[in-house]
Design a protein around this ligand. Structure first.
Ligand code: SAM
Length: 288
């Protein structure tokens, strides 16, 4: 099978199968071999690796992954793509295609079955509509994970890297930075895809930390606080946390803890660093 990263070959496959793009699945297929090479090198794929690819499309990146990894598991939601993938990947015996919604797949079980529970690598040109649940799901479920190398909307990649005091700072920034080291490895313009998306994209590598950069007694409670703070972004932390339905902390309690931390009682969540959220969680849960 010809290399699909070359636009003429992608178009030939799409025509052969009379494929119609489904907007609801965020289908923008890569047609740039340089970008594909960059993703594979950034993900540092070796013949030892078991890779999960989310949304293989017609199998463009899957071919590159199959050449470089020991084993590839590709999870694709669109059943119209399955016969195409059988065709484009027919010369590889190290690829398993699963026709399923990635949000419903038990990735832990896949890692157990295909990699003996050792850390897997996730590589994807993500459907942008589910970027955040995919990333949060992978981290919070504690799937054994070495790294995630993904193409996302440029703006989302920026959000993963920023700290307090910027408008893009939010729950996603804090989750990513608690679990992994984020590095943007390429900026990718719309003309590298068919059809062209309306926004710029970026490839970001998230390398999982062995140990998070901050210590917190109750990780789940810290993320409940973070979510509550950013759900009500314009409110002060005192009001945001005491109004939240998923945590039970009182106004006076939050005020006291903020004073103990040397912070103003009118501070907003968006001004707190990860270290401060960890400290706040430990104090509010009585672990400090
Ligand atoms: N990897 C291909 C490429 O780079 O050319 C396709 C990338 S395209 C941006 C996203 C792919 O994810 C599509 O093939 C789409 O059908 C698939 N997809 C969308 N939602 C999905 C989901 N919930 N689970 C699995 N795959 C999904």
């Amino acid at each position: 099978m010809a290399t699909l990263g070359i636009p003429a070959n992608t178009i030939a496959v799409l025509q052969k199968y009379n494929f119609t793009f489904q907007k609801k699945f965020g289908q923008n297929f890569l047609i740039d071999t340089h970008v594909l090479d960059r993703i594979i090198s950034a993900a540092e794929i070796t013949k030892e690796d078991c890779v999960i690819e989310i949304g293989p499309g017609i199998g463009t990146m899957t071919q590159y992954l199959a050449e470089n990894a020991r084993e590839v598991i590709a999870v694709e939601i669109d059943k119209a793509l399955i016969p195409i993938l059988q065709d484009t990947l027919s010369s590889y015996d190290n690829v398993t295609v699963i026709n399923e919604d990635i949000l419903k797949v038990d990735i832990q079980k896949l890692a157990e079955e295909h990699n003996g529970g050792k850390p897997i690598k996730v590589v994807a040109n993500l459907p942008y509509y589910i970027t955040t649940p995919i990333i949060m799901g992978l981290f919070e479920s504690h799937v054994p994970l070495a790294s995630i190398t993904i193409m996302v909307q440029k703006e989302v990649a920026d959000r993963m890297q920023v700290g307090p005091g910027t408008k893009d700072y939010g729950a996603l920034s804090l989750a990513v930075q608690y679990y992994a080291k984020p590095e943007i490895v390429a900026n990718v313009p719309p003309n590298c895809f068919i059809p062209r998306p309306n926004v710029g994209s970026a490839v970001i590598r998230l390398t999982r930390y062995q140990n998070p950069p901050v210590q917190v007694a109750d990780e789940k409670f810290m993320f409940a606080l973070i979510r509550a703070s950013f759900n009500q972004r314009r409110k002060t932390l005192v009001n945001g946390l005491s109004n939240a339905t998923n945590i039970s902390v009182g106004k006076e309690q939050v005020k006291k803890v903020l004073a103990d931390m040397g912070l103003s009682e009118t501070i907003r969540g968006e001004a707190l660093t990860l270290e401060q959220f960890a400290d706040l969680a430990d104090r509010l849960s009585g672990k400090k």
